[in-house]
Design a protein around this ligand. Structure first.
Ligand code: FES
Length: 102
């Protein structure tokens, strides 16, 4: 179990190991786009991981290829639908646009 902190709202969520960030956010009724329903095809669930990157699954080829197509990508970028919580450390993410976490 890890604690997920969502910026900018600062809301915290307890997340079980193996849960994607997208599932955790939707389960907590936090607004985040997910146009392709978690297939790593749309990029709409793009977020920034501000803390605890080692507490998430590694970036697979499919996610990496999708991230390369997104404007504004940075070293902290992940797709919420692909990043799974490992349960080893707490994670802080920043939502963008619609997914402001408010
Ligand atoms: S929901 Fe489409 S890439 Fe994550």
């Amino acid at each position: 179990m890890s604690t997920l902190t969502v910026l900018p709202s600062g809301k915290t969520i307890d997340v079980a190991e193996g849960t994607t960030l997208l599932a955790a956010l939707l389960g907590a009724e936090m607004g985040i786009l997910h146009k392709c329903e978690g297939q790593a095809k749309c990029g709409s669930c793009h977020i920034y991981v501000q803390e605890g990157r080692k507490g998430l699954s590694k970036i697979a080829r499919e996610e990496n290829e999708r991230l390369d197509t997104i404007v504004g990508i940075g070293s902290k970028s992940r797709l919420a639908c692909q990043a799974k919580v490992l349960g080893t450390e707490n994670v802080t993410v920043e939502l963008l646009g619609f997914g402001s976490g408010v």
